[in-house]
Design a protein around this ligand. Structure first.
Ligand code: CO8
Length: 374
């Protein structure tokens, strides 16, 4: 019997604090008013453009986002600060990404009926890592008490599906029997809350999936990974130039490109067809068609984008049941998004039902994971 990889459990850590569009726009518009007042003379002389206010109606219409969970609410909503207040911790304390990861992993283990001793490897896969080393994954491994190996990886919003492929590879080639893939996303840490075009896009959350060898799992347990397909294509349309070399260019340290920046319209237009084509090609390579799918757990960046992608894949509008949306409550949580959708919308699957987890984002990068309920 050939060994395949099975997703046996998922976990989600949701930060308790949440910010509504109304609260976010209120703080942003207070900042805009104060900025314009402070620069009244330059604006009157035509030397400076006044800042434009944000709007709740625009945000909901353009993105489908109604609120977002965050690790710290007060700092973000303070018009004099507009960034989360996340104080540094001593080296003896667990890091904030480790803490989120442990919570999500514990839920995934419990769902799978496993203990940390049953796990061989931890992959932390996310858009932003709070330090270079030691790896957050190794810290998570230590906190959970796992005897094995761990490493961090980053493919922006596609980190979770790329991480699942790495886990499936490890299982199929025999280097691990059981792998936790964790996505601790603190997007608020690298979001420019003073930028009207993007201040509303992201939220924070952490997801985890446990991937195990088929011969160690009950025959009716979990979702079998039938196949994975990854694609990357370089683009400057989503960038974050924050990095360890910034210190070497003192003139550039405070520039906005050290935070998330994007050409949202271009991303929308270029990425949506690439995603639909990749899903269709992936299904075809597995001798399947879109009609065989019960559900698409898509990356959650923009509601209109997801509707366009599912329309191109199915050839008709998808129902909320076929392409669930968690954007309204969570906003874009980068790599965690498609896994939150999967975590919250998979319990109604019967044996043989098929679905695809698909993420996409900066790079560009796209990852597709086709699964079958056992
Ligand atoms: N309020 C009111 N008006 C606004 C606002 C606002 N907040 N923002 C923009 N406008 C105005 C614009 O100025 C523009 O006005 P005008 O027509 O006069 O020029 C008008 O509204 C329309 O603006 P856009 O064309 O920009 O609006 P869109 O309809 O394109 O919507 C979106 C903007 C929502 C950004 C949309 O383009 C989108 O979602 N695109 C896809 C984005 C995407 O998927 N990005 C992927 C990023 S994720 C990733 O991989 C990165 C990982 C890093 C994560 C962590 C970092 C924090």
């Amino acid at each position: 019997m050939s060994i395949t990889a099975i997703i046996t459990g998922t976990g989600l850590y949701t930060p308790p604090a949440s910010i509504s569009n109304e609260e976010l726009v209120d703080a942003f518009n207070t900042y805009v008013e104060r900025f314009n007042q402070r620069h009244e003379a330059e604006i009157a002389r035509g030397e400076l453009e006044p800042l434009q206010p944000s709007s709740v109606e625009f945000i909901e219409k353009a993105s489908g986002i109604k609120s977002r969970h965050v690790m710290d609410k007060e700092g973000i909503l303070d018009p004099d600060r507009m960034c989360p207040n996340l104080p540094d911790r001593s080296n003896d304390e667990p890091s904030i990404q480790c803490e989120m990861s442990v919570a999500a992993c514990r839920e995934a283990l419990e769902q799978a009926g496993r203990k940390a001793e049953d796990v061989d490897a931890v992959i932390v896969a996310c858009s932003n890592l709070q330090r270079a080393y030691p790896a957050i994954a190794i810290e998570v491994q230590e906190a959970l008490g796992i005897d094995g190996f761990a490493y961090d990886m980053n493919v922006a919003c596609s980190s979770a599906t790329f991480g699942i492929q790495a886990a499936a590879n490890a299982i199929e080639n025999g280097t691990a029997r059981s792998v936790l893939v964790v996505n601790p996303e603190i997007c608020s840490g690298h979001l420019n809350f003073r930028d009207r075009d993007s201040h509303f896009i992201f939220g924070d959350a952490c997801t985890a999936v446990l991937v195990e060898r088929s011969d160690e799992v009950a025959p009716d347990q979990g979702f079998e990974i039938l196949g994975t397909r990854l694609k990357t294509k370089f683009s400057n349309n989503i960038r974050n130039n924050f990095g360890f070399l910034n210190r070497g260019d003192e003139s550039g340290i405070g520039k906005p490109d050290k935070l998330f920046v994007q050409q949202g319209r271009k991303v929308f237009k270029e990425v949506s067809p690439m995603v639909a084509d990749l899903i269709l090609a992936h299904l075809e390579s597995l001798s399947m068609s879109a009609d065989d799918l019960k559900r698409m757990w898509l990356h959650q960046a923009n509601l209109n984008m997801n509707q366009l992608i599912s329309r191109r894949v199915l050839g008709r509008e998808a129902t909320r049941e076929e392409a669930p949306v968690i954007l309204d409550e969570y906003a874009n949580t980068s790599s965690a998004g498609s896994i939150i959708a999967y975590h919250l919308n998979k319990d109604d699957f019967s044996s043989g039902d098929l679905g695809v987890i698909c993420s996409f984002g900066a790079g560009y990068s796209i990852g597709s994971v086709v699964v079958k309920k056992r």
